[in-house]
Unconditional design. Structure first.
Lengths: 177, 176
């Protein structure tokens, strides 16, 4: 019984000494602990302020981005509508070209007029549908050359400068393709 | 500290069971029956203490996470991430809207082209019909029927190239 009592009291002494040591350590390092807590709070506040500033900057950037996108979309839509109108005018001008060829060459077979018109439309569609800029320029040059040749042939025929009944140069260009 | 206490309790329970075993071996009558509940209660207390401490720690962690979630720092961080994602969405939306405008413009252009092609197909078909009927008496019935069938077939399939070739064929027959 005494042995158990001694053992228990030694245990309590050990328990208290551990607690005393802990309290002594806390007292000794109290200043450092306070300093650390203070620094932690300051750092957190600084980070929060930085994040807040960044979010305000981003919100501002987003509103500028929205305005820029809206204006770019409007310009792009206008450009696309204009392109479609240009295309319509191109088609109408090719129709007029066919009529002018039929008017310029009195005995021209209709097949030739239709072929010239069809070829011009083929070049126009190639130019419009080309995705590569280089190809687009190439088809555009082909179309311009073709239209110029058609007009030159018609002009020469009307002036009587040539005895040929067909637009020979134009037909040569069609055969080359 | 709590772990130490619970380990001490478990150790005490083991000791009680060991003593109980020794007493049973020594055939001492009453004491083992008294020690058994003591040992069991010490064991349960040890484990119970560990369990309760664990539950308290988990609860404390959950509560801390809950407070952290609604803390200034995390709210602002979430707001920042939300805004950054919104910026990406706006950029993606812009590209999609551009694609949409391009698609509808191309659709309009193709509609114009189809309308123009139909118009020319009608004119071409009318011309071929006129030329074919003008040629009817100069060619055989079989040839006329063949040319007419070709004309109708190409007209129905809206094949302008084939109609042009047919017209050129009719023109060359007319010349000969």
């Amino acid at each position: 019984m005494m042995l158990l009592k001694n053992w228990l009291s030694q245990l309590m002494v050990l328990f208290h000494s551990v607690k005393d040591e802990n309290l002594e350590w806390q007292n000794k390092n109290q200043a450092q602990q306070t300093k650390l807590k203070h620094a932690q709070i300051l750092a957190e506040d600084a980070l929060t302020a930085k994040l807040k500033k960044r979010s305000v900057e981003l919100e501002h950037e987003i509103s500028l981005l929205k305005i820029r996108h809206d204006s770019e979309l409007l310009m792009f839509k206008t450009k696309c509508n204009q392109d479609v109108k240009d295309y319509e005018q191109y088609l109408n001008s090719l129709d007029r070209l066919k009529k002018s060829i039929q008017g310029s060459y009195t005995h021209l077979p209709e097949a030739v007029a239709f072929t010239i018109h069809h070829h011009a439309k083929f070049l126009l569609n190639n130019m419009w549908e080309a995705t590569d800029m280089e190809q687009k320029m190439k088809y555009e040059m082909q179309l311009i050359t073709f239209m110029t040749t058609v007009h030159e042939d018609a002009k020469l025929h009307l002036e009587g400068a040539t005895s040929k009944q067909l637009p020979e140069n134009t037909l040569k260009l069609i055969q080359q393709v | 500290m709590i772990v130490r206490i619970s380990l001490l309790l478990l150790l005490a329970a083991l000791l009680a069971f060991a003593v109980m075993d020794i007493l049973v071996w020594l055939a001492i009558p009453v004491l083992p029956h008294l020690l058994t509940p003591l040992g069991i209660s010490l064991l349960f207390s040890g484990f119970g203490l560990l369990l309760i401490t664990g539950l308290l720690l988990v609860t404390k962690q959950v509560f801390k996470s809950f407070l952290d979630y609604f803390s200034n720092h995390q709210r602002i961080q979430r707001r920042l991430l939300f805004i950054a994602q919104k910026q990406q969405e706006i950029t993606r939306l812009f590209h999609l809207k551009t694609d949409k405008i391009t698609y509808f413009a191309e659709l309009k252009r193709k509609r114009l082209l189809r309308k123009n092609n139909k118009k020319h197909l009608r004119t071409l078909s009318k011309t071929i019909n006129t030329e074919l009927f003008a040629l009817k008496n100069s060619i055989s019935d079989h040839q006329f029927k063949q040319l007419r069938a070709d004309h109708l077939r190409y007209k129905n399939s809206q094949n302008i190239d084939a109609l042009l070739k047919l017209q050129q064929q009719i023109t060359s027959i007319t010349r000969t």
